[in-house]
Design a protein around this ligand. Structure first.
Ligand SMILES: [Mg+2]
Length: 324
């Protein structure tokens, strides 16, 4: 950064022989989070985390971020500072420079809009296209935790929400080191991050790559607290974890028995990676194999919303995805 916050705009130096990768995403009070459950620092953390997760999915190393805060008038100075602290702590953890920002007042809900940029070596970026039939499907970390965490926070009957699930919901850890290592090591042919659920991710990569997919139900790394939560309520943990969003894990298409992926795993031990299935030739076949039988892959929340789109207002559509 040549010129940073405090002037009219930031001046950044391009990195030699690297390509610039940029993304933007906003989190909105009442749509993505509730102040009843999120501390200001959690809101700041999550607003940056979802952007770093997108950069990680492209195998880009995050470098800088811009923060635009649209604040309701009843916010206390200490709360604003808390939000900026949460944002800043995650930025520091990933060596991201906050190169500028803006604060505006609103009569509406809190909006935190973030733009983030990073760099990647030429042709080392990862996209959703490139999966080939026969490639393995791999996912990082665990799935279902963020969705279960949201349900726990919203359910007044849940006295002690599982801390693992709540952390996945409030303060997701973007898989930056993993995404960058996979890209550098050319260990995957396609990737994306799981913002709208595993089913959605599988279908997105499948659509972009012209592949179908078969998931092995017994291999799924379901967050333990989430599985217990759904089991107690008579809900199928496998289907709930596949459909549930906001895990911010990375999903990959990896050539069969890849030594390159093993090499990445030697350098990036955490989060663990799990092989969960295989990409198929038929672009219309999306199934989950359980107890020797194929079941249809559940739809992600996004798709569920789109099917009702023709007769759906934007408000209703948001509700289908809505969180707290
Ligand atoms: Mg994404």
């Amino acid at each position: 950064m040549l010129i940073g916050p405090g002037d009219d705009a930031a001046v950044l130096a391009p990195v030699r022989n690297e390509r610039l990768v940029v993304t933007t995403d906003a989190v909105v009070e009442g749509v993505h989070f509730s102040r009843a459950h999120f501390a200001p620092a959690d809101i700041g953390h999550k607003a940056l985390a979802v952007n770093l997760s997108d950069l990680a999915a492209m195998a880009a190393t995050p470098q800088w971020a811009l923060l635009s805060l649209v604040l309701p008038g009843d916010w206390l100075v200490a709360e604003v500072e808390g939000l900026i602290d949460g944002f800043g702590a995650l930025a520091i953890a990933h060596s991201v420079s906050v190169v500028g920002g803006n604060i505006t007042r609103t009569t509406g809900p809190l909006v935190v809009n973030v733009t983030a940029g990073g760099t990647v070596e030429s042709r080392k970026w990862l996209t959703r296209t490139g999966a080939i039939a026969g490639d393995e499907i791999w996912v990082s970390g665990t799935i279902g935790g963020a969705r279960a965490g949201l349900e726990m926070l919203s359910d007044p009957g849940s006295l002690i929400p599982d801390p693992g699930c709540v952390a996945k919901q409030k303060t997701p850890e973007p898989r930056v080191r993993l995404g960058v290592a996979v890209g550098r090591g050319r260990a995957a042919r396609a990737a994306m991050d799981l913002s709208d659920g595993l089913a959605d991710g599988i279908r997105q990569i499948g659509a972009a790559s012209g592949c179908g997919a078969r998931i092995d139900a017994s291999a799924l790394p379901i967050e333990p607290g989430a599985a217990a939560w759904w089991q107690d309520r008579g809900i199928d943990p496998m289907m709930a974890a596949i459909a549930g969003g906001e895990d911010y894990e990375l999903l990959f298409a990896v050539p069969k028995k890849s030594g390159r992926l093993r090499n990445v795993q030697r350098h990036v031990a955490k989060p663990a990676m799990t092989r969960i299935g295989v990409w198929l030739k038929d672009p219309n076949e999306f199934v989950v194999a359980r107890d020797g039988r194929d079941e249809p892959l559940p739809q992600g929340y996004e798709h569920f919303a789109e099917r009702r789109e023709a007769k759906t207002t934007l408000d209703e559509r948001r509700e289908a995805k809505t969180t707290l």
